[in-house]
Design a protein around this ligand. Sequence first.
Ligand code: RUB
Length: 306
Amino acid sequence: MDDLNTTAEKIKTMEIRGAGRIAVAASAALRDYAISLKSLPFDEFNIKLEEAAKNLVDTRPTAVSLPNAVALTKRYSAENVPDAINEIVDNAEKFIKNAEEALGKIGKIGAERIHDGDVVMTHCNSHAAISIIKTAFDQGKDISVIATESRPRRQGFITIRELNDYGIPTTLIVDSAVRLTMKEVDLVVVGADSISVNGALVNKIGTSQLALAAQEARKNLIVAAETYKFSPRTLLGEMVEIEDRGSEEVVDSEILRELPNVNVKNPAFDVTPAEYIDLIITEVGAFPPAMAFTIIRDYLGLELEI
Ligand code: RUB
């Protein structure tokens, strides 16, 4: 289970992060692990595979891309090990290829919403959101970006480096400058960790603050999300769990030791209700959030379980 454990650890420690990259890494790890079980009897193979799936899914709770990727990778109808492995390898190759192609399609569809001269605000570091921004830039549109720092892990620095290297003029702001800066913005583009059946978006903490400020300033907010970021389990009433991370990400433990009456809370994600979202850009088209059920039914299936 070595490689699988290594991937699980990298997801847990956020060496691999971002809902899309987590999903692709988990699918590849499960594929390779299944191949490594080729000499086991079928019943043992099944048990080991279930354990591995659970191990991966338990690494981080919020991004539904992870259980979706695992469920789509590990399903097989074969009743012997070699055929089951073939199905799993096919599933993984398909999932990874679709995930890669989805980014290009989202970029193309989303770029239609960006016009020459636009200032785009983004939050955290989302490959899907950045794909939209880069595509608009590639189309020759004269655009610039305002990127939030995204405390506490400061994923905004990954974003500004990426945009800088692409030649896109970018301004970095601290998270608390979002509302003040919103008047300069034409469009907000963010990624997604999960989208529930009611069209609510779960994304990096602070996303809902961008949404509130955008609505107040009458600016549109669009979400860039592959179809595998929608959560079938929310159809069963399940709520998306918001990951709580350690206090050391927010404040040095030394300082905290001197403050026995202080507690630090570090929720990593928040929820933006559907009414704050103009459109969700997926690889199969741009949808209003009210169509989340249709996307789950048509592109993920209602029985997706891990
Ligand atoms: C990352 C984050 C991103 C989404 C979408 O959080 O909230 O906006 O995962 O990213 P973390 P992508 O850094 O805690 O994983 O579009 O790349 O899948």
